[in-house]
Design a protein around this ligand. Structure first.
Ligand code: SAH
Length: 396
């Protein structure tokens, strides 16, 4: 097995069990140069054994670590143990139910860097994001099929992480049945959602917001709400279920709005809901000019910052929409505002919303802070696993 030897002084994060070794930390490779995804040992410059992981020649993250125990091989049995442990965690959360949906395996945070597995009412959607995981596709499929006996396992390896790894996108059935165009799942709060597993965004749904929709809905009884970046309408469905008076849901994706309408029908919702296919930035400006007013505005934009270099631009984007949204709120109204850019810290995000309130000349109180749902756990040694933050603010 090849040995990756670090530069002097670069062992600290590895000793502290951070699972990534960057190319800049590596002094040299001892032994045969590893193939893509192959197992390697990592040593300090002193020669001390530190950890074991899988090699990647694509991204700047050259090694993703799986174990800090020299006696533990990275083999099929390790993959099986880790997957079983991850699934057990979701079961204990009560989130693995026949008709439910949740994230079963959350990559680094579950000790399996590069592997995402989401569960949707008997179907599994898998993302193999690294060279190591792509190489172990057959093992992962077998373990998942044996452990859960799902109706089908479908691959959706299409993320930007995969591109950085130098892997082409891959999708298709890995095992069992092809998921139907529209799978019905029951989410927390007994909300039914229509999900398109094969062509929807991410693995079909934004499971990380499952509990937050409910936290926002608390404020929506009799409200006129505006759901910006609504996708399949998670926030709209929750709000109308608790008796919102009227909702406008905005997204650029027509297919997302179709799923939203299917979701409203599934929940037998009679509240009038307007679905608008438009750019939120433009639409918020139009509503501001028309002096439209709402009781609740939700802002759940896509990731604005993919790299450190994009953080400044992302900051301006968040400020812009938050400022516009504050103009649209009636006094005492609720702004539920989110950022899923991991590179924008919760501190920075709060500062952005503060700046928006100042410029809008509105007083705002934080009522609640939100984060990703508990099936997206954050490993203490890998804080990068935390990315979603939200503020529910009352705006006077
Ligand atoms: N709130 C959703 C998840 C939103 S994900 C939920 O609870 O499930 C972000 C959404 O923003 C995506 O559906 C994407 O299509 C949409 N989007 C991206 N840029 C947009 C823009 N400029 N205007 C409107 N929608 C946009």
């Amino acid at each position: 097995m090849a040995i990756v030897i670090l530069h002097p002084g670069k062992e600290r994060p590895v000793v502290q069990r951070h699972p990534w070794v960057f190319s800049g930390a590596i002094a040299r490779i001892q032994g045969r140069f590893p193939d893509r995804g192959e197992v390697v040992d990592v040593q300090a410059a002193s020669g001390e054994w530190l950890a074991r992981g899988c090699w990647s020649d694509g991204s700047q993250i050259r090694v993703r670590l799986f174990t800090w125990n020299p006696d533990e091989p990275i083999d099929d049995a390790l993959i099986r143990r880790r997957i079983e442990r991850a699934i057990d965690g979701r079961r204990r959360l009560g989130m693995l139910t026949d008709d439910g949906a949740c994230r079963l395996v959350y990559a680094e945070s579950d000790g399996i860097p590069g592997l995402i597995v989401d569960y949707y009412a008997g179907f599994l959607v898998v993302q193999l994001l690294t060279q190591a995981m792509a190489l172990r596709r057959a093992t992962i499929t077998r373990v998942l099929a044996e452990t859960l006996v799902p109706r089908g396992i479908y691959e959706r390896s299409e993320s930007d992480v995969r591109e950085k790894e130098g892997l082409p996108p891959a999708s298709g059935v890995l095992w069992g049945e092809t998921p139907p165009d529209c799978v019905h799942v029951r989410l927390p709060g007994d909300l039914w959602h229509a999900v398109d597993l094969c062509t929807g965004q991410k693995t079909g749904a934004y499971l990380d917001q499952a509990f937050n929709r409910w936290r926002v809905a608390v404020h929506c009884t009799s409200a006129e709400m505006l759901d910006c970046f609504c996708y399949a309408g998670g926030f709209t469905i929750a709000a109308t279920r608790v008796g919102a008076r009227h909702a406008i849901a905005v997204d650029t994706s027509e297919s997302a709005l179709r799923m939203l309408r299917a979701g409203l029908a599934l929940n037998a919702i009679a509240t009038p809901v307007e679905t608008v296919a438009a750019d939120v930035f433009q639409m918020l400006r139009r509503y501001r000019d028309e002096q439209r007013r709402f009781d609740v505005v939700v802002l759940d934009p896509p990731k604005f910052a993919h790299t450190q270099a994009q953080v400044e631009r992302a900051t301006r984007g968040y400020k812009d929409i938050n400022l516009l949204a504050m103009h649209l709120l009636r006094p005492g109204g609720i702004l539920a505002t989110f950022s899923c850019s991991g590179l924008v810290s919760s501190d920075l995000f709060q500062k952005i919303v503060f700046g928006a309130a100042l410029d809008a000349r509105r007083e705002a109180q934080i009522i609640e802070r939100l984060t990703q749902s508990p099936d997206h756990p954050v490993l203490l040694t890998f804080p990068e696993g935390e990315y979603l933050k939200g503020l529910i603010c009352r705006v006077w």
